[in-house]
Design a protein around this ligand. Structure first.
Ligand SMILES: CC(C)(COP(=O)(O)OP(=O)(O)OC[C@H]1O[C@@H](n2cnc3c(N)ncnc32)[C@H](O)[C@@H]1OP(=O)(O)O)[C@@H](O)C(=O)NCCC(=O)NCCS
Length: 463
């Protein structure tokens, strides 16, 4: 972890400088302008509309292929190959479960921030400052994760960001931003981010204090300039200085050291809207009324779920940890973390329990709210989605539990219920009419070597 090759860092900075005019200037490179001019003159020389249409289609296919290639990743990784991560095709024995870089001495860690290109600056994002929270929200709302077709983009609300980043023992210096050069006496714009929050992780029975990395985002005008490796190195340095040596993160991209490959599944709750915005399609041979009837749900939950209360925290923590410890990789919660993370919050977190007459909580179920912006519809601007979080079924089957979650979500006016195929989720997808999504999500543990896990062995959901 400590001591990255200096040449690599220098090379990454050099890349950021190339064409790295002030990032908020309109075009990031002269090359882009030149290729736009070439495309325009090619279109101008075409004889008819069909030729133009064909050209546009070819361009769209080429762009899609480029995106897919980026996701599947290349064979060599100029940055990741320098990091303490297993190589992409490495087969690791079940007996291996250990750190790759064994250093545990913070004094060996670089004490000063990595250099930035002239004018660019590291900053801390203070989520308790309304102006900074708004800036962070705006960076993500315009530049964070999109689907391959560019139809939808995550729209994390400010309440959600505040909740996700202020877990117990969070540190402001782990909410890292990059600002562009100051201009006309005004501070530079927030152009990139990466965050870490503390957590306890269990992998094959070994428990460790880690951080969860999230919100890696580079403004669209600064893409492909090797800013991400700089962000990752800097957050690693800051985390290492506090004596933490492992980090867990997920990515759509396939990178070295992948521990599990998961996939999103979707349960439609508002079929007409989802079809209209091209989130899903009408199944072959079905009419819309048939499809709507097919996906109908009871009006009320089948079991006596009620919203979780502060007084449930201790029982929920025990119930959840007992279940999570049965899995090969999982988060382990302390009570004050459950209190922050799992108690209901409007438009952020929904958590429910079933409590027997004897006061014992037997079941726990939860989902979080995360909207997406709909980028290409004239009728709708928001996709109201919720995501399955942590669930433990004690007095009912897992299928009954998820059915009730679907009903509770639908009653909130949600459009789609999403779930990863981890923990027990996969077992209910067929019967509950989930459709397989095209989004894969890889799980990584930085600086940890162990055998690959199946999705069902993973008990960790990163928001
Ligand atoms: C992901 C993102 C930050 C990458 O930035 P970029 O400008 O495309 O790439 P950069 O030139 O800065 O860096 C490239 C390096 O980052 C790595 N990288 C790309 N995406 C990554 C990810 N999600 N996690 C970790 N590393 C990633 C690449 O593999 C490459 O390293 P390599 O040469 O060793 O393979 C940027 O595309 C982005 O903001 N996308 C939208 C938000 C998003 O998808 N965030 C990630 C959520 S998991």
């Amino acid at each position: 972890m400590s001591g990255f090759a200096t040449e690599k860092v220098t090379e990454d900075i050099a890349k950021l400088k190339v064409g790295g005019s002030a990032p908020d200037s309109s075009s990031s490179t002269g090359a882009a302008a030149a290729s736009a001019t070439a495309a325009m003159s090619q279109v101008a020389s075409m004889k008819n509309v069909n030729e133009v249409k064909q050209y546009i289609m070819q361009q769209q296919i080429a762009a899609l292929q480029k995106k897919i290639k980026k996701k599947e990743g290349s064979e060599t990784h100029k940055f990741w190959d320098t990091q303490p991560m297993a190589k992409k095709d490495a087969v690791i024995s079940e007996l291996v479960n250990e750190a790759i870089d064994k250093n545990t001495d913070p004094e060996q860690v670089r004490q000063t921030p990595y250099s930035m290109p002239a004018g660019f600056e590291w900053c801390e994002i203070d989520v308790h400052d309304e102006g900074e929270l708004q800036e962070f929200y705006a960076l993500l709302a315009a530049n964070y994760v999109e689907d391959d077709g560019g139809e939808f983009r995550f729209d994390y609300s400010k309440e959600f960001l505040m909740w996700a980043l202020t877990v117990p023992n969070y540190r402001k210096d782990w909410h890292v931003g990059v600002r562009s050069p100051a201009k006309d006496g005004k501070p530079g714009k927030l152009m990139a981010s990466i965050t870490a929050v503390p957590a306890l992780l269990q992998v094959h029975g070994v428990q460790m204090s880690v951080v969860e990395i999230n919100f890696l985002c580079v403004h669209k005008k600064l893409r492909d300039k090797r800013l991400s490796p700089m962000l990752i190195r800097e957050i690693t340095r800051r985390v290492n200085l506090t004596g933490r040596w492992q980090a867990v993160y997920t990515a759509g991209a396939l990178l070295p050291g992948c521990k599990a490959r998961c996939r999103y599944w979707h349960r439609t709750l508002q079929p007409e809207k989802l079809i209209e915005v091209k989130f899903s399609f009408l199944p072959m041979g079905k009419t819309m009324p048939q499809h709507v009837a097919d996906l109908d749900l009871p009006k009320k939950p089948l079991h006596a779920f009620r919203s979780m209360l502060e007084s449930d925290v201790s029982q929920v923590t025990a119930l959840l940890n007992t279940y999570l410890r049965t899995l090969k990789m999982s988060q382990i919660f302390e009570e004050h973390e459950v209190s922050h993370v799992l108690l209901p919050r409007e438009n952020v977190m929904n958590s429910y329990v079933v409590q027997g007459d004897d006061g014992v909580i037997t079941d726990f179920a939860s989902f979080y709210n995360l909207k997406s912006s709909i980028l290409k519809s004239t009728k709708y601007s928001e996709l109201l989605a919720v995501y399955s979080y942590y669930n433990v079924a004690g007095s009912m089957s897992y299928e009954e539990l998820v059915t009730d979650l679907l009903i509770l979500a639908k009653n909130q006016g949600v459009d789609v219920f999403n779930a990863l195929d981890l923990m027990e989720n996969q077992s209910v997808f067929g019967n509950l009419k989930f459709g397989r999504g095209d989004g894969a999500l890889q799980y990584y543990v930085y600086n940890w070597n162990c055998a690959q896990l199946t999705p069902q062995e993973v008990g960790l959901v990163l928001v």
